[in-house]
Design a protein around this ligand. Sequence first.
Ligand code: AMP
Length: 274
Amino acid sequence: MLIIKDIYNLNTYLKAFRDKGYSIGYVPTMGALHEGHGSLIEKSHNDNQKTIISIFINEKQFNDTEDFEAYPRNKGDDYNFCEKHNVDLIFEPSTVEIYPKEYKSIQNSHFKNILCDQYRPGHFDGVVTVLNRLFNIIDSDKVYFGEKDFQQLKIVENLIKENFPNLKLVPVSTVRSAEGIALSSRNYKLSKKQMIDFISFQKGVIQFIANLDKETDLIEANNKAKEFIKSYEKFDYFEFRNESDLSLEGSLGDARLFYAIYKSGVRLIDNLEL
Ligand code: AMP
């Protein structure tokens, strides 16, 4: 397994892969890897001859410095994880490598002022800026994104449509624990007790949506969602949205429940299908 830190060396290996006619799958991550990332890697192995993963904690997408500084980092474990999953190449660039002085940020213009965009202003500008750069550097055939970050997935779909017509986006279903919790790097920040509380919250949510009829209109369903979440200590949003355009229109059969809640300062997001 190769661990490459700079674009110059990366290009040498990418060229060698391409000269041999290998197809390349790419999995962008911010490290603190878990089996959610593992599932993206495995999907890429199924589709491609070579799989590249990037590990880069992109400061530009954190609207809060404290959140950036507190983001979990565990390099050694990440290398072992990639080795175990037969990753061919880890690209782990420095910030200067990704953002040279002349590098210009770009702005996201899709799915604005709703869900995470509403509560993390500038977050998706940071996401599209880094991905625009990484997609140009890596120039893979396919790229893998998790449904766990559903709004991000939809925004990336548009970025690719507009700027990278030859790149194929492959969405991957959310990997969950036996209790139904979406695996996330941020879960590492929870104490045992906080995790137990979170599991009990998630079980309640699963039960709540299981009792709803798929024909229910989203307006009515969102009234019920408001009622369900109103006593929860801290949350940004907890609402059903149409999964094709993230609007509040349609019925539950075409929707997902999106939430962002806080557990002792840790922001946790998920989206659940009915
Ligand atoms: P992150 O390192 O959190 O930026 O995530 C990198 C990629 O892994 C993104 O495409 C995420 O949507 C995806 N991902 C994170 N958690 C999961 C999960 N539990 N299941 C599937 N994909 C995930």
